[in-house]
Ligand binder design. Structure first.
Ligand code: CTP
Ligand code: CA
Length: 229
């Protein structure tokens, strides 16, 4: 089986992968979060190690064991994720943003637990937008020739199909590759399998049929490798 083979085609390459979903705290016990399991990011880290890469995995709230041979940095918030990814990206040949950062955070978090009022009222939570890590990494290119990869889960809507929205997002982010999941059929969160289309800034369109997250990870590394100097 192809997936069990150990190539060394990423030997000498240093890569950064982010995984999981960030949390934005409202108070010490409550947060805004999302359903990202971290499975796809962990599959990317494991397959990169298997192919000989030096891997830093920035994991946001993932309840999976550390993959062997990987440097794992654990974070919680989008701001912490940004700092860890930017710091690791300085020496990286590739950065893959498989994490789902919360797009918004509460303008202020309470140091003490929020209590509910007796009159049945509820608080209004004011949000501000988080930094866009992928856009920043793609714009700054901290190392020459660095390959930058994003993910997008799209449903398609009245402004465009899944692929049209993916193509627009790729351009907006300025990354080299965007892995687009069609999630209109239902949830993929926590599922063992994945199906995707990999879009390249160079116009490439690679269909990856439904298969394991490791199989998709290998297909992504194939495209990353092909674009490394
Ligand atoms: N991303 C990021 N920083 C953010 C938000 C997203 O780096 N603050 C990255 C994700 O890790 C992913 C890619 O950008 O690789 C696309 O994420 P997505 O949520 O689809 O993009 P958004 O720009 O947040 O657009 P949307 O309004 O569709 O959520
Ligand atoms: Ca988002």
């Amino acid at each position: 089986d192809r997936l069990d083979q150990r190539w060394a085609d990423l030997a000498g390459r240093s890569v950064v992968v982010s995984a999981g979903g960030t949390r934005e705290y409202l108070d010490p016990v409550r947060f805004l979060g999302n359903r990202s399991s971290g499975l796809q990011g962990y599959a990317l880290a494991r397959t990169a190690v298997a192919r000989g890469a030096e891997v830093t995995l920035v994991a946001a709230n993932v309840s999976l064991p550390d993959p062997a041979g990987v440097k794992v940095v654990r974070v919680e918030t989008t701001s912490e994720l940004r700092d860890a990814v930017v710091s690791a990206a300085a020496g990286a040949d590739a950065v893959v943003m498989a994490a789902a950062p919360a797009d918004f955070r509460p303008v202020s978090a309470s140091d003490t637990k929020l209590k509910k009022a007796d009159d049945g009222s509820a608080p209004t939570i004011e949000l501000s937008q988080n930094p866009d890590i992928l856009k920043e990494i793609a714009h700054d290119r901290l190392r020459e020739g660095q390959v930058v990869v994003g993910f997008a889960a799209e449903t398609g809507d009245d402004t465009g199909t899944v692929l049209e929205l993916g193509r627009a997002k790729l351009a907006r982010k300025g990354c080299d590759l965007l892995v687009v999941n069609d999630v209109s059929g239902g949830a993929v969160f926590g599922a063992p399998d994945n199906q995707a289309v990999i879009l390249g800034a160079d116009g490439a369109v690679i269909d990856v049929p439904l298969g394991s997250k490791a199989a998709l990870a290998h297909a992504i590394w194939d495209q990353v490798l092909a674009r490394m100097p």
